[in-house]
Design a protein around this ligand. Structure first.
Ligand code: CDP
Ligand code: MG
Length: 966
């Protein structure tokens, strides 16, 4: 085997292993001198660089185009970086390979630790099942034996009785009694008499906080408290905590601490008492639980909340629960949804009963774009009267074909719609509508004009603005700040970042609160004093383009369900107003709902979960989903997993696949973690893995973007690596923390770091390391254990600058399949011009306005050779070359190339062996094969000797997520 365990990690959502004929490197083996195709008759062997005299007219142009391409290929070959070694090193490696290959006993792995050697491979581990169950804190609530306890039943009953006189409880009860859900006494009856119930109701009517309490209190009152264990899922970590805290407060208790209400989110919990309690958790926790107990035996009621969001996790859980009901006849399931599609869920669960809780909202008056333009007399800066579709704006901009069809329909209907407007609106308004129509960008000036209009003409009340993303929020904030009116103290504006205290505070009298938010404020956070809602009309939507194997993120029109939620936000305290920034024709074409996430996301991680949960064939299982993903997407995910060697030909988990499925991260990050452990650089690799799978710890405050960029650049310490920048930030934070809280806060403040995120990354690293220890890859659960970090300090020490002549402009970056791509502005390499090598690796690639690499690291040729895909050696004209996956080509003397190839083969077999029979590398024994091979490779990478003349031009991507820079 050669490349199976190689590969520097393909982008989470991008990259592919498919070959391409587009990258000109593939064509570089064509003979120069004879052009192919329709210009085959041209003589290109022309040393003078001038076209042959017999050519005429257009032929001359074609000749130069062809000649230019051939010259470029020739220049490329000349510019290839050279991979070479000095003689002493060559000798060392020859000796090493000899000894390794001759030493048969080395293949027997003399240095396993007791645990690793005792096991005959991963299959035994699989049979052991959750041997390390007890060690996992996330499972604590689940893994309990529950039996009826009559004396507990009595004491719970007494306890609830006595609460009724508690002043705090009484005060909260007065609030609760006013909620629409409180009057719905049949809720409990329906839950008791049915296995599944769908509860729908307006946001704020009291589903999340009340339904769980109704179930619990009913059981306690009936003297059955000890048998009641209600678990309620939340789509986000933050909502699980805040709802649990709220419910505890309503019960005049503290959250967790063995009381009646608690929460469990990944790596963080406040658990309630074992019996007679309510637990709020994230949907992911239940999926994790299912691995240890597929029947969730100890749970009496499963409440699945916010299922209308149709997140990947929630849809998968619905599919599993549907089957589970056949096995667990005693399990009660309550499905809760904010909006109208209750029927769909009910139908999915064999037409189970539904109950609707009406809202208590005030009427909200709605306005469309034509009304807003008329009332503000707004005129767009872009005075092109041809509608956007006539300017060709929308062509090919949509992520899905259905959207293109909608656009065509819009185009056709517009003239007719414009005529109907004439009766009610002025000429100039209709003209402005045409100019505004459908532009990709949200017109922030229009929003500014509307805010001014509201502030000057309307009564008091907070304004909530919905925008698709952070960039718009930041720009609108800048626009507001530039206006005297909004700086004067009469207005306070803020963005709905979760921890922003201002968002929830009522402003002093006479001050107008303006909150700018993304769709998170539709259901997740409730800002009580909102009276005016401005619905920007767009929502950021990620999609997965199965044709190109790339994720996209575009601002799309909202769905009617989004628009309805947004409107509802305006009527919580008094009658309100909602301004939708799309016209009536657009409104008539909006989708009813957003497409479920399962239909627009890559499915690799999910496929591994299906295998590890033993849910049957992947395609068969996914067919059972509420809205199954396309066959194409499923097949692509299976193919990618086979390429990664996580699945074998019959779709069974391989040894690698088994480990990847058990790690709570997406497969490419899982592979990174395993390699970090085996190569002895655990701590920094776990920092990178945690940040790639959760989020990076940097935040960018409004108005401080440039300063934040500068700080990140400093933290990068010239590594040309976003990944190492996070490592540096994390290390700095840990050091500062050791000096005390004040230093920690200062370090975070100075470097625009979130201490909460860093803490979460720290916890995740601990979880990964613990997992690696239990599976036998390392010998300690401490990520910083010296034995796991023998190579963590390895740094490239000798670098020859190869592109020092490019200093002034941004580099051009290419990938194999996409051609030119951009480095994302948040990357430390965004404006970097002074690279040492011409190759970058990346993790996340996404198509938004262009294709962006969100994170990248410069890599050396030896790193690519050892951790890229298959190596091929060949003679290309007169040049001896070594190539990775046949597309990253280096010049290299044949002798060196063969040595590298042999060494890489040893590495691959070593890694395969280790993954089959996990055992830490014995770094103390320098004669062991493992130690010798890895040390030799690290030595080569860190003391790289290479020369190159100029830079390669366009190149391409493949097994490795590499891209070249020019
Ligand atoms: O789930 P649903 O949207 O139907 O409502 P809920 O989350 O149960 O909230 C019911 C009421 O409790 C809301 O109207 C809020 O006023 C209040 N609540 C709160 O004050 N703090 C929370 N963390 C959650 C809810
Ligand atoms: Mg809710």
């Amino acid at each position: 085997m050669s490349s199976k365990y190689g590969g520097g990690g393909r982008g989470r959502r991008g990259g592919s292993s498919r070959g391409s004929s587009r990258g000109h490197r593939d064509g570089s083996r064509e003979r120069a001198g004879r052009g192919g195709g329709n210009s085959g008759s041209f003589d290109l062997d022309n040393a003078s660089g001038r076209h042959p005299s017999h050519l005429k007219g257009r032929e001359i142009g074609l000749w130069y185009a062809k000649f230019g391409a051939v010259r470029k290929k020739q220049a490329d070959r000349r510019s290839r970086a050279v991979v070479q070694m000095d003689e002493a090193r060559e000798q060392h490696i020859i000796k090493l390979l000899d000894s390794v290959q001759n030493d048969q006993s080395a293949l027997e792995r003399p240095n396993r630790d007791a645990r690793g050697s005792a096991l005959d491979g991963w299959r035994q581990q699989q049979m052991k099942g959750g041997e390390d169950r007890e060690k996992d804190k996330d499972l604590e609530f689940l893994l309990q034996e529950i039996a009826r306890d009559v004396s507990l039943d009595e004491s719970l009953k007494r306890d609830l009785q006595s609460k009724k006189t508690h002043p705090k409880y009484k005060e909260m009860l007065m609030f609760r009694e006013k909620l629409p859900s409180y009057g719905k006494k049949e809720l409990v009856r329906l839950i008791n008499s049915n296995q599944v119930l769908v509860v729908s109701g307006e946001t704020g009517c009291g589903k999340t906080t009340q339904v769980t309490q109704f179930i619990l209190d009913d059981h306690i009152k009936r003297g059955m408290g000890s048998m009641c264990r209600v678990v309620c899922t939340q789509p986000r970590r933050i909502s699980a905590i805040s709802v649990a805290e709220r419910v505890a407060a309503e019960r005049a208790e503290k959250v967790g601490s063995g009381n009646s209400c608690g929460y469990q989110i990944r790596l963080q919990s406040q658990l309630p008492r074992r019996q007679g309690s309510v637990l709020y958790c994230t949907t992911g926790i239940i999926l994790q639980w299912l691995r240890s107990d597929p029947q969730l035996s100890s749970i009496s009621h499963l409440v699945l909340d916010e299922i209308h969001e149709r997140s990947l996790h929630s849809d998968v859980l619905l599919t599993i629960v549907k089957d589970l009901l056949d096995v667990r006849h005693d399990l009660k399931v309550v499905l809760m949804s904010a909006t109208l599609n209750a029927e769909k869920f009910s139908k999915y669960f064999d037409s189970c009963p539904m109950i609707h809780i009406p809202g208590l909202t005030f009427p909200v008056e709605e306005f469309l774009l034509e009304d807003v333009v008329e009332m503000t007399r707004y005129r767009p800066k872009n005075q092109d009267r041809r509608p956007a579709w006539k300017r060709g704006f929308w062509q090919g901009r949509h992520s899905r074909p259905e959207k293109e069809e909608k656009e065509a329909e819009y185009k056709e209907s517009w003239p007719c719609y414009a005529r109907t407007l004439q009766a009610k609106y002025s000429e100039s308004t209709i003209a402005a509508l045409e100019m505004l129509d459908g532009d990709d960008k949200i017109d922030l000036d229009l929003i500014l004009a509307l805010i001014r209009h509201i502030v000057l003409n309307d009564e008091e009340g907070a304004i909530l603005v919905f925008l698709p993303g952070w960039d718009n929020i930041s720009s609108l904030n800048d626009l507001l700040m530039a206006q005297q009116m909004f700086r004067s103290g009469r207005c306070m504006h803020t963005h709905a970042h979760m921890k922003h205290i201002h968002v929830f505070k009522r402003p002093p009298p006479g001050v107008r609160k303006i909150v700018i938010a993304t769709n998170i404020a539709e259901t997740s956070i409730t800002i009580d004093d909102v009276v005016f809602v401005i619905d920007g009309g767009k929502i950021k939507e990620t999609n997965f383009d199965t044709n190109n194997n790339i994720s996209t993120m575009t601002a799309e029109w909202v769905s009617l369900a989004n628009a309805k939620q947004r409107k509802g936000r305006a009527g919580r305290v008094c009658p309100g107003k909602c301004y939708h920034l799309y016209n009536g024709l657009r409104a008539s074409l909006l989708d009813a709902y957003q497409l479920p996430e399962i239909m627009r996301t890559p499915l690799e991680e999910l496929c591994l979960q299906i295998k590890i949960l033993k849910l049957g064939g992947i395609a068969h299982f996914l067919q059972k989903a509420l809205d199954p993903p396309t066959e194409k997407a499923v097949n692509l995910a299976i193919k990618n997993l086979k390429d990664l060697n996580a699945l074998d030909h019959s779709e069974n988990l391989t040894a690698l696949g088994f480990h990847l499925a058990r790690l709570p991260v997406e497969p490419h990050i899982g592979k990174l973690i395993l390699f970090g452990a085996l190569l002895g650089c655990l701590d920094p690799v776990l920092t990178i893995a945690a940040s790639l799978s959760f989020k990076d710890p940097f935040f960018i405050p409004l108005g401080k973007e440039q300063m934040a960029d500068k700080r990140r650049k400093v933290l990068s310490r010239n590594s040309k690596s976003d990944h190492l920048t996070v490592v540096n930030a994390f290390q700095g934070w840990q050091e500062a923390k050791q000096h005390g809280g004040r230093y920690e806060r200062e370090f975070c403040w100075d470097n625009f770091l979130s201490a909460n995120t860093l803490q979460m990354l720290h916890n995740m690293k601990g979880q990964f390391a613990e997992h690696l220890m239990h599976t036998g890859f390392v010998s300690s659960k401490d990520p910083k254990d010296p034995n796991s970090n023998v190579n963590s300090e390895a740094r490239v020490s000798k670098i020859m600058k190869i592109n020092a002549h490019i200093l002034c402009c941004r580099v051009k970056v290419y990938t194999k399949h996409d051609g030119k791509v951009c480095i994302h502005p948040k990357s430390v390499n965004y404006e970097e011009t002074n690279f040492n090598y011409t190759w970058l690796i990346y993790h996340l690639k996404m198509r938004t306005s262009s294709i962006f690499l969100y994170d990248c690291t410069e890599v050396s040729p030896f790193s690519l050779l050892f951790f890229g895909g298959d190596i091929t050696i060949q003679k290309d004209d007169d040049q001896e070359t070594i190539a990775v996956d046949q597309w990253i080509v280096f010049r290299s003397p044949a002798r060196t190339a063969h040595l590298v190839k042999n060494l890489k083969r040893e590495l691959d077999s070593l890694l395969e062996d280790k993954i089959r029979k996990p055992a830490p590398v014995d770094w103390q024994n320098h004669h062991s094969k493992d130690c010798a091979v890895i040390t030799a490779i690290i030595d080569l990478i860190t003391t790289q000797e290479m020369t190159a003349t100029t830079l390669p031009m366009a190149v391409a991507d493949g097994h490795v997520n590499a891209s070249s820079c020019e």
